[in-house]
Design a protein around this ligand. Structure first.
Ligand SMILES: O=C(O)CCC(=O)C(=O)O
Length: 263
C-alpha cells in the first residue's frame, strides 16, 4: 500500500490557513497515489494552548466533516493526525481516523499529557485505546509523548494492531529519543510504525524526521528537515512473517509481569 506522510509546517494559531494547507497536501497525496494519508499532531492550531477557548474545534465537528468529505471524494483512508478539540468545557488533543468510505473509524484523545509543554495545564487526557481497521488492515494510533509508554503501544499490538500510527510535534533537541523509541516500538511489537512529525519555521524548533519503520526495525523512510509530502510503499503482509521468525507473542509470560510490576 502507498502511504502519504504529510510533514506539515502548520501556522501557530492560524486555523484557516492550516485547514487550507492540509487540504491542498491531502489532495496532492491522493493524486500521487497515496491510499492512506497521515497528518501530524495538533495541526489545526499548533501549540496555541493559551488560545484554545477561541481556536479549538468544538466537538471536533469541523475536523470530522473535513476528513469525511476528503476521504469520500478522494477514495483514501485518512489518519487525521490530531487536532485541538473543545468538548463539554474541556480541551483535548484528539486524533480522528476516517476510512475511504467516509466513515469515522477512530476517535482518540492523547492519553499521556506532556508536562514539559504544559499540556497538563490546558488539556484533559483520554483513557480509551485507539484501535481501528482500514479495510482489512488492523491498526492503532497513539500521539507523540505516548511512545514513551511501551505498555500502551503493546496493548494496541496485543489487541491485533499490525501498524501503529504516531502523529507528533516532537522537538529537535530530543530527536534522537524519537528515532530510537520509534524503532524500538516497531521491533518489540513486530509491527509497522508510521510516525509523522511536524516541521517549523524559527523560532519554533521542530525538524521533521518523520519515520516509516517496518516490523524487523528497518527504516523505510526518514523525513527531510523541511516541509515534505512523501509517498512510501509498504507491504503489510510481512508482519505475520516477522512474527513467525521470532515468536515473541507466543513467548510472553504475562503472569510474571503482573506479579513483578505492581505499579
Ligand atoms: O517526549 C518528548 O520528548 C516529546 C513529547 C512531545 O513533544 C509531545 O508529546 O508533544
Amino acid at each position: 500500500m502507498k502511504i502519504g506522510c504529510i510533514q506539515l509546517n502548520m501556522g501557530f494559531g492560524k486555523v484557516e490557513e492550516n485547514y487550507e494547507r492540509a487540504e491542498m497536501l491531502i489532495r496532492e497525496a491522493a493524486e500521487k497515489g497515496a491510499e492512506i494519508i497521515v497528518l501530524p499532531e495538533m495541526w489545526n492550531t499548533g501549540y496555541a494552548l493559551e488560545k484554545l477557548e477561541e481556536l479549538a474545534d468544538v466537538d471536533g465537528e469541523r475536523t470530522k466533516a473535513f476528513l469525511i468529505r476528503l476521504a469520500k471524494e478522494l477514495g483514501v483512508h485518512i489518519v487525521g493526525g490530531s487536532v485541538s478539540v473543545k468538548k463539554g468545557g474541556n480541551f483535548y488533543n484528539t486524533m480522528y481516523t476516517v476510512n475511504k468510505e467516509g466513515e469515522l473509524v477512530g476517535e482518540y484523545s492523547k492519553a499521556h499529557l506532556f508536562r514539559l509543554m504544559d499540556e497538563h495545564l490546558y488539556l484533559e487526557a483520554g483513557s480509551e485505546m485507539n484501535r481501528f481497521a482500514l479495510g482489512d488492515l488492523e491498526a492503532g494510533g497513539v500521539i507523540c509523548y505516548d511512545i514513551r509508554f511501551p505498555e500502551w503501544l503493546r496493548s494496541h499490538a496485543l489487541s491485533g494492531a499490525k501498524v501503529l500510527f504516531v502523529p507528533a510535534q516532537w522537538p529537535t533537541p530530543r530527536i534522537d529519543h524519537w528515532k530510537t523509541l520509534l524503532q524500538a516500538r516497531a521491533i518489540e511489537n513486530q509491527c509497522f510504525v508510521i510516525a509523522v512529525n511536524r516541521i517549523s519555521r524559527k523560532p519554533e524548533n521542530f525538524n521533521g524526521q518523520s519515520m516509516v519503520i517496518q516490523p524487523w526495525g528497518e527504516v523505510l523512510w526518514t523525513g527531510a528537515e523541511d516541509e515534505e509530502l512523501a509517498i512510501i510503499d509498504v507491504d503489510f503482509s510481512i508482519v505475520d512473517e516477522v512474527r513467525g521468525r521470532i515468536p515473541v507473542y507466543d513467548d510472553r509470560r504475562p503472569e510474571l509481569y503482573e506479579t513483578v510490576v505492581k505499579k
